[in-house]
Design a protein around this ligand. Structure first.
Ligand SMILES: NC(=O)c1ccc[n+]([C@@H]2O[C@H](COP(=O)([O-])OP(=O)(O)OC[C@H]3O[C@@H](n4cnc5c(N)ncnc54)[C@H](OP(=O)(O)O)[C@@H]3O)[C@@H](O)[C@H]2O)c1
Length: 329
């Protein structure tokens, strides 16, 4: 059936400026790490994307290796763009990345200019795009000089294959250097993508301060701790959950009694705020105005519409924050 996006798609989503750049991103963005590969049901993936766009989620995040198999999320997304969103490319901010293992031999991993440039060319072919909006170096490379990796990002932006450069998983010191090098080259980093959730708070230890000082946006990934910061694991481990289906990035052994105890207490706290735990976990990140957008995943369209409810209450009292800190200790 021919897809007609909702006319109301821009009515309720807030858009936040990405650092000091001109680019605004939706407060909630959608990532295609899981649930968009060849192993997944294409019509479900397609419905998640349409639901996102209908609700003002204009930013879709990918990487060369998303699938499985690697590359298949980009190929599926290319098909969905062609089928449903052909006329809406300019309403979308599409990102991709390179930095993890992608192909055999010495040129398909880490952070060389050789890898980044050829990987992005492959990503563009898979998605049938002329350019991505944001291209990230996915993780720091301990062997390649940072100058070379940043020169690759600079080249890619100058060639028009990406509009903006980003970094992901860089610790504050590495990020500071990368930012400095790219600034000197005249292609500033506009965004950092770190892991950040109630269960993983390393960014509070210097990274967010650095990004604020440098005028760079922040888009945390896995804000629901891959589903653990929801009520889904409170009464056992559902068969259709990531802990069962993936078994790699998240598995049953991660759902320990200690984790369940914390989730239970957080769940109670969320109810006191009139929220579900998933909503509170997302609004807890969005309370900080250094955050540009939270990057969620979803295995069903209904999860995405559910997560959007976080936007109705992103304010926390000091007392609430203290109670949450106490639970997370
Ligand atoms: N830069 C990097 O190194 C990096 C690394 C990881 C991820 N990322 C990016 O971040 C994106 C998001 O990561 P993520 O998928 O781990 O994020 P997440 O939002 O923490 O987890 C998503 C999972 O949580 C569950 N879920 C989502 N909404 C829910 C709701 N309302 N109620 C109950 N359960 C809900 C679903 O799990 P079930 O499948 O169990 O239903 C869903 O698959 C990725 O797609 C990717 O774009 C980047």
């Amino acid at each position: 059936m021919f897809y007609q996006p909702s006319e109301k798609r821009y009515q309720s989503m807030p858009y936040r400026r990405c650092g000091n750049s001109g680019l605004k991103l939706p407060a909630i963005s959608l990532g295609l790490w899981h649930n968009f590969g060849y192993v997944d049901q294409f019509e479900n993936s397609r419905n998640i994307i349409k639901t996102a766009f209908d609700n003002g989620i204009t930013h879709i995040d990918l990487a060369n290796n998303y699938g499985p198999p690697p590359g298949s999320a980009e190929e599926n997304f290319g098909k969905i763009l062609e089928l449903d969103l052909k006329g809406y490319r300019d309403e979308l901010v599409i990102s991709s990345k390179a930095g993890y293992t992608m192909w055999d031999g010495p040129y398909g991993d880490w952070g060389t200019k050789k890898y980044l440039v050829s990987s992005l060319d492959q990503s563009l072919k898979r998605m049938k795009l002329d350019y991505v909006d944001i291209f990230y170096h996915h993780r720091p490379d301990p062997e390649t000089p940072l100058e070379e990796t940043m020169a690759a990002l600079d080249l890619i932006v100058r060639q028009g294959k990406a509009l903006y450069a980003g970094i992901s998983n860089y610790q504050p010191k590495e990020a500071e250097q990368a930012i400095k090098i790219l600034k000197q080259m005249g292609t500033p980093v506009i965004i950092h993508q770190p892991k950040y959730s109630m269960f993983e708070r390393w960014v509070e230890d210097g990274l967010l301060d650095l990004l604020e000082k440098e005028g760079i946006g922040c888009i945390p990934f896995s804000p629901l701790a891959q589903g653990m910061l929801t009520d889904k694991y409170l009464h056992g481990i559902p068969e259709d959950s990531r802990a069962v289906k993936s078994g790699v990035s998240l598995n049953k052994s991660n759902i320990t009694p200690e984790v369940i105890e914390k989730i239970n207490k957080l769940n109670e706290m969320a109810h006191q705020r009139g929220q579900k735990l998933a909503h509170m976990a997302l609004s807890w990140i969005l309370k900080d105005n250094r955050i540009t957008s939270v990057l969620v995943g979803a295995s069903k369209p209904e999860q995405l519409t559910d997560s959007l409810n976080c936007l109705s209450n992103t304010h926390f009292t000091t007392e609430e924050l203290n109670i949450i800190d106490g639970i997370l200790k």
